[in-house]
Each structure stands twice: as structure tokens, then as C-alpha cells.
Design a protein around this ligand. Structure first.
Ligand code: NAD
Length: 296
């Protein structure tokens, strides 16, 4: 019987741990928040008081934490995962973090004799609850093959992106592209409207022409054409501008350290940062439309 330790039971980790428990794994769950642990117990997990207790008997350790600093400390502190895990345990970090931290923690784990994958996800809390996340996995092939069966209980699409850190690379490059195309889509709809073309007509034309993108056809930032889009519910998230900004910043940090010019990524980051400065980063990221059309 496989035992899984799950560390980080927040908006995403909570439902992910619940899906593993529902799949009949023994899940030892821990978090800094007692409320989060209580919710996990209600969902079939077992309480672990602290990281050492969670990981000591675990075959697999999954982490879902806010940022690189949390991941570094949870794995490498004296009372952390690496010191307390049993030999042969597999580490899966599903947090979205900076590439450098992902590669550093993986190297430390490997030096201590453990296999590790970075496995950030695409899809929000709804996909986490439904078990339909997309996983982008970085790490050695054998670690990937060991991780895959567990990931299938939490996700629908599981990709091996290559060596350690490449899961994070895939995630931030994809989200930089998404952040940019969303702003471009806002500009195009606003321009069309100001020049006398209503959103639905422009959508009908552009969605079957070369301007088409996911930002337009799945998540149209102009109210009307896509019924399920956050633009039709006052830009309630969805995927918040704050979370998009986090990913845009991770992309820029990586671009700077690799000396890769990403001028549109930099502009897009600045625009989402303006939403943050205006105290509106709790809107869906497609709410950047309000900045573009002057209705913020
Ligand atoms: P969250 O803030 O809701 O949850 C993080 C949890 O980690 C919290 O419960 C916190 O108490 C716990 N934690 C922090 N430090 C800890 C420690 N030292 N020991 C134990 N627990 C600790 O965040 P979330 O929305 O669940 O996101 C988690 C990760 O997933 C982030 O990296 C985020 O960028 C990424 N992500 C989120 C979404 C989303 O829609 N929420 C989508 C894709 C990816």
C-alpha cells in the first residue's frame, strides 16, 4: 500500500490531496494552517503534525506551496523533507516556483539520493477538485514514470517536459504567452468597438480568422461572445490577475537570468502590475480589459 505525504493543503493542494485519498492512497496531510488540515481530514486524509511526521513513512511526497522560498525551506531545512524522508522516497513538487529554486532543490534532493520532479499545474481550483489538471513535469525519465500513476488521480494531461526545472519552464513560458495574448485581445476588441464594430460581430470574424486564440475563443475579455467567460460576471475569477502577475514575474526573472529579451512579456507584466497597484488584482486576469478601455 503506497503512502503519500501531502504538504500544502491550500486552494489547490486541499482538493488534490482529497483526490488521492479518494483513490484509496493513505495520505498523511500537513499544513501550517489547522483549518486546512481539518478540511483534508474531512476529505479522507490522515493528520500529520509537521513535515517530519508526514514524510517519515511516505513512499511519495507531494508539495503544493506558494513560492520558491517555501519550497526551498520545506525540502532543505533541518526539520524538512530531505532530512526526514525514508530512503527511496519520490518527491513531487507541484507548486509554481522560479526555475532556479526548482533546479536547486532537485539537485540537493538528488545529492541526498532521492529522485524528484517539478510538476506545476495548469487549471485552477475547479480542475484541482475535478482531478482534471494538466501537469508539466521536469525531471529524469524514471522519476517521471514513478510519478505518473499518482498524477493521473489529480490530472488529465501529464507531459514530460524534460530535465529538472523544465516543468516550471513550460508553465511560465505558457503563462507569459497567455498574459500577452489576453492584453492583445483586449486591445483589438476595444479598438474594434471604438471604430464602430460590436464585440459579437468582431468575434464572429476574428475567431475564424488569423487573430484567433484561446484568450478570444475560450475566455473572451469583451462581455457577450463567450458565455462562460469571466467578462460576463464582472471579471470575477477564474484565474486572478494576482496569480497571472506572479507567473509573469517568474517569467521575467527567468528571462533576465538567461539574458533573453522578452519585451512584450515585460510590458504585459507592467500592465498586470498596474491592476495590482490599483487594488484590482483580485479581478480575473481578463479584467485587464478595464485598464485597456479606461473603466477601471
Ligand atoms: P494557497 O496559498 O491557497 O495554499 C498554499 C498552502 O501552503 C497554504 O495552505 C499554506 O498554509 C501552506 N504552506 C505554506 N508554507 C508551508 C509550510 N512551510 N509547511 C506547510 N504548509 C505550508 O495557494 P494555492 O492557490 O493552493 O497555490 C499553490 C501553488 O499552486 C502556487 O504555487 C500557485 O502559484 C500554484 N497554482 C495555483 C492555481 C490556482 O488557481 N490557485 C493554479 C495553478 C497553479
Amino acid at each position: 500500500m503506497t503512502t503519500i505525504a501531502f504538504i500544502g493543503l491550500g486552494n489547490m493542494g486541499g482538493p488534490m490531496a482529497a483526490n488521492l485519498a479518494a483513490a484509496d492512497y493513505t495520505v498523511k496531510a500537513t499544513d501550517l494552517s489547522d483549518e486546512a488540515i481539518e478540511r483534508a481530514i474531512d476529505a479522507g486524509c490522515q493528520r500529520a503534525t509537521g513535515i517530519a511526521e508526514a514524510v517519515q513513512d511516505a513512499d511519495i511526497i507531494v508539495t503544493m506551496l506558494p513560492a520558491g522560498t517555501h519550497v526551498r525551506s520545506v525540502y532543505t531545512n533541518d526539520d524538512g523533507v530531505i532530512t526526514n524522508a525514508k530512503p527511496g522516497a519520490l518527491f513531487i513538487d507541484s507548486s509554481t516556483i522560479d526555475v532556479e529554486s526548482a533546479r536547486a532543490v532537485s539537485a540537493t534532493a538528488q545529492a541526498a539520493g532521492f529522485e524528484m520532479v517539478d510538476a506545476p499545474v495548469s487549471g485552477g481550483v475547479t480542475a484541482a477538485a475535478a482531478g482534471t489538471l494538466t501537469f508539466m513535469v521536469g525531471g529524469g525519465l524514471s522519476a517521471f514514470e514513478r510519478a505518473r500513476p499518482i498524477l493521473t488521480y489529480m490530472g488529465k494531461n501529464i507531459f514530460h517536459a524534460g530535465a529538472a526545472g523544465n516543468g516550471q519552464v513550460a508553465k511560465i513560458a505558457n503563462n507569459m504567452l497567455l498574459g500577452i495574448t489576453m492584453i492583445a485581445t483586449c486591445e483589438a476588441f476595444h479598438l474594434a468597438e471604438k471604430l464602430g464594430l460590436d464585440a459579437q460581430t468582431f468575434y464572429d470574424i476574428s475567431s475564424t480568422a488569423s487573430g484567433q486564440s484561446w484568450s478570444m475563443t475560450s475566455y473572451c475579455p469583451a462581455p457577450g461572445p463567450v458565455e462562460t467567460a469571466p467578462s460576463n460576471r464582472n471579471y470575477q475569477p477564474g484565474f486572478s490577475a494576482a496569480m497571472m502577475l506572479k507567473d509573469m514575474r517568474l517569467a521575467q526573472t527567468a528571462a533576465h537570468s538567461a539574458k533573453v529579451p522578452t519585451p512584450l512579456g515585460a510590458q504585459a507584466e507592467a500592465l498586470y502590475a498596474l491592476l495590482e497597484a490599483a487594488g484590482k488584482d483580485d479581478l480575473d486576469f481578463s479584467g485587464v480589459m478595464k485598464l485597456v478601455n479606461g473603466t477601471l
